[in-house]
Design a protein around this ligand. Structure first.
Ligand code: F6R
Length: 586
């Protein structure tokens, strides 16, 4: 979380602001920039979005050098003092930071004892206070030796014309353009200015000048790196006429399925899937966070249905704290849209140390997780800008489906082709009517069995994260074991029932809440009799597809429902409160 950028070239303020706009998905609590011109700093900071910073910034079309930051608060409140850049005691060094300095309290106390004054509460300010005067690679080396934790730093001084940097476990990339140099948390910032980029590796630090960069590794040796081509097509952005990225991205699910079908039918990606079949394993772990974890639960079911092995699914934030069998015979599948989620990276490192084989399913091919995995299976979803993950979930489920089928020697692509053709986003007017009702509620309950339970988990997460409604999920059969106590007159119960063998059981569970005052909404692909129709206040029929792919068919409708609830409540679905897209702190 937090996004950093540095730029050397013409129109420096404009380039920094444009870069920050691209990085805003990483946090939008505050933003700030610092530009060095003629030996002086021009500094601007604002609370809230980059747009607010833009309003304040005096944009000059001149050559210059600068750094900027968009913040997702960890240490310290959302104030101007805590907004980056942070400054050394004499104000001649400015620094932006993404990550967490774990030993900051110890470092801060030692500095305070020496009489150093701190204007804010952040861990990042400590790093700035450890620097002074003219910067050098030696000073950066000393800085990183003192710091424990995660960081991507971009640092400038009034006395140098370079941007110094260092990286450990927070993403950082450098690019050299025709007439500029850039450094950023995400290569999307380089589009339009540079054709290629260099990933900075953990433990590396260095110095960026106009059209020149020096990388030093953790053993203090100069490293020569090969640049990677910037895939401009991947970064095509804009809302394409949609009011929000989220809605655009929900509709893009169809393209994601199309991309997966096309790519995984090609020899290159078929081979990649087949490579997984060559791994000798007797146990599988799916690991991810949030939506990616829910995709893992779907993957777990696919594997349980298709291959006869022990299959587990765990949240990355818990994975390395459990005692379990994890060895050379374990296959670990790490699922992450961004490929940068720190808990997932930590779990991957842990699994590697235990000797497990690592497969990743990511949307960003240059990401840390994709690069660390033995085999990376891309989901080809294109950039997902809205904080709430939508099309990536569809892509993750589709790739997991393919993987389970390949591992069980089955033909797999036709089912996905039918799903793509039939993908049904629901009746807008009907969805909006129900969304209006939900928008006035404080709480909502979701129930389902089997795959429907997992889809409910994901639908409920979407609803709570963008509309802030207290949304609870229970497997249908669990209601009577406690949660039914929550049902009172008017409580909304959303019932997912797409598996024919489980349909009547779930419907009966819904009736049990109806007799206690609940208002019922049914989402199903099954035949709805007149009796059922009468009992349910809202019914959404979804198109039928192979039962294993029903979660995808159902979720796109429920993603849209959550979207309409947020729009009705006038909460911003693209930038929900307290959240950031890329979670790079534990
Ligand atoms: C929810 C959401 C998050 C992410 C989670 C993992 O809509 O977006 O729950 O799924 O933070 O992120 P990735 O997939 O990037 O590892």
């Amino acid at each position: 979380m937090c996004g950093i950028i540095g730029y050397i070239g013409n129109n420096v303020e404009q380039k920094l602001l444009k870069g920050l706009e691209k990085l805003e998905y990483r946090g939008y609590d505050s933003a700030g920039l610092c530009v060095l011109r003629h030996g002086n700093f021009y500094v601007e900071k604002s609370k809230g979005s980059v747009e607010k910073l833009r309003e304040k910034t005096c944009v000059k079309s001149e050559f210059g050098l600068g750094i900027a930051h968009t913040r997702w608060a960890t240490h310290g409140k959302i104030t101007i003092e805590n907004a980056h850049p942070h400054f050394s005691s004499k104000g001649e060094v400015a620094l932006v930071h993404n990550g967490i300095i774990e030993n900051f309290e110890e470092l801060k106390s030692a500095l305070e004892e020496k009489g150093v004054y701190f204007y804010g509460e952040t861990d990042s300010e400590v790093a700035a206070k450890l620097l002074s005067g003219r910067l050098s690679l030696k000073k950066i080396q000393n800085l990183v030796k003192k710091i424990k934790g995660t960081y991507a730093f971009a640092i400038i001084s009034k006395k140098n014309n370079s941007i110094y940097f260092a990286k450990n476990k927070s993403p950082l990339y450098v690019a050299i353009g025709k007439d500029c140099s850039m450094i950023a948390s995400d290569p999307s910032c380089f589009v339009g200015a540079c054709d290629s980029f260099y990933p900075v590796d953990d433990g590396e630090y260095g110095k960026l000048d106009l059209k020149k960069v020096v990388f030093i590794d953790k053993h203090d040796k100069v490293v020569l790196k090969k640049s990677k081509k910037l895939d401009i097509d991947y970064f095509v952005d804009g809302k394409n006429g949609y009011e929000h990225f989220m809605l655009k991205e929900i509709y893009e699910s169809k393209n994601v399925l199309g991309n997966i079908i096309q790519n995984y039918s090609s020899p290159l990606y078929k081979k990649l899937l087949e490579k997984v079949t060559e791994i000798d394993f007797n146990r599988v772990y799916f690991v991810g966070c949030g939506t990616a974890y829910h995709a893992g639960l779907i993957g777990q079911r696919y594997f349980m249905n298709n291959i006869k092995k022990d299959v587990f699914c765990e949240r990355a934030s818990e994975f390395s704290y459990q005692n379990r069998i994890l060895d050379q015979k374990s296959l670990c599948v790490f699922i992450s849209q961004s490929g940068e989620t720190i808990d997932t990276i930590a779990s991957l490192d842990y699994a590697k140390r235990c000797g497990a084989k690592i497969v990743s399913i990511t949307n960003v091919s240059y990401s840390t997780i994709a690069c660390k995995a033995d085999i990376n299976l891309p989901i080809f979803a294109g950039p997902e800008i809205a904080v709430a993950s939508t099309k990536a979930f569809v892509g993750q489920c589709a790739v997991l489906f393919l993987l389970s089928k390949v591992l069980s020697g089955q033909n797999y692509i036709d089912d996905l082709v039918s799903l793509k053709e039939d993908l049904d986003f629901g009746d807008d007017e009907k969805l909006k009517r129900f969304a209006k009702k939900l928008a006035s509620e404080d709480k909502v309950l979701f129930i389902g069995r089997g795959f429907d339970y997992i889809t409910s988990l994901e639908a409920s997460l979407k609803l709570k994260e963008i509309s802030y409604i207290n949304s609870i999920v229970e497997p249908s059969g669990e209601l009577k074991h406690g949660p039914i106590a929550l049902v009172e007159e008017g409580t909304i119960l959303v019932v997912l029932a797409t598996e024919s063998e489980l349909f009547i059981k779930t419907i009966n569970n819904a009736y049990e809440t109806k007799s206690r005052g609940a208002k019922l909404c049914l989402v199903t692909n099954q035949i709805v009799t007149e009796t059922i129709q009468k009992e349910f206040d809202y019914v959404f029929k979804v198109k039928n597809t192979t039962s294993e792919l029903m979660p995808v068919q159902t979720i796109v409708l429920l993603q849209k429902l959550a979207y309409y609830v947020a729009v009705t409540k006038k909460t911003n679905p693209d930038k929900p409160r307290n959240l950031a897209k890329s979670v790079t702190v534990e």
